[in-house]
Design a protein around this ligand. Structure first.
Ligand code: GTP
Length: 180
């Protein structure tokens, strides 16, 4: 991180989590922030957000994590929610090809609504969730190949078994800080 940033006392990084309904967006956020997982499915209505503060390179960084409802039509989430985002997490379920294919549309919609300063270099993290399940439909290779097209980073894991969730959010925080 740049020296000028570490001198700032409080930094806030806005992260947004988007993707189809049921892929585990709320679950990865809850696993990361509250260290909890629930088998019960409760659809997110509208949006929800949680904060967590981390020390990164000696600076106190508050991650403001926005969890969105996958059932919403893309457009209805709207510009105010997307604006000012520092890093966007595109989540799919590795046992669902449909949820993976939908990421193209989610990404486009984010770029239209969020209007990031430089769309070509805006940081996206693609997250393949539910790797604990046996009936996988999307390979790591396929997901990585898709990410290469626009320079996204790929992480996969499981909110249920707590596989690589923290690593994913910390990477998102680092990438978000680079947007300052
Ligand atoms: P919406 O709010 O409708 O957009 O859904 P969401 O993407 O937030 O999904 P949510 O976190 O509510 O999870 C949906 C279902 O998948 C729940 O029953 C979770 O328990 C389950 N789930 C989430 N993550 C995992 C995981 O890593 N492994 C397994 N096996 N199940 C998971």
């Amino acid at each position: 991180m740049a020296a000028s940033l570490t001198q700032k006392k409080e930094l806030t990084v806005k992260l947004i989590i988007i993707g189809n309904s049921g892929v585990g967006k709320s679950s990865i956020m809850n696993r990361y922030v509250n260290h909890r997982f629930s088998k019960l499915y409760r659809a997110t209505v509208g949006t929800d957000f949680l904060s967590k503060t981390e020390t990164i390179d000696g600076a106190s960084v508050t991650l403001q994590i926005w969890d969105t409802a996958g059932t919403e039509r893309f457009q209805s989430l709207g510009t105010p929610l997307y604006r000012g985002t520092h890093c966007c997490l595109l989540v799919f379920d590795v046992t669902s090809c449909v949820s993976f294919s939908a990421l193209e549309q989610w990404r486009k919609e984010f770029l239209i609504q969020g209007e990031p300063k430089d769309p070509d270099s805006f940081p996206f993290i693609v997250v393949g969730n539910k790797t604990d399940l046996p009936d996988r439909e999307v390979s790591s290779r396929r997901a990585k190949q898709w990410c290469e097209q626009f320079g996204a980073e790929y992480f996969e894991g499981s909110a249920k078994d707590d596989i690589d969730v923290e690593k994913t959010f910390l990477r998102a925080a680092h990438m978000g800080l680079q947007q300052y």
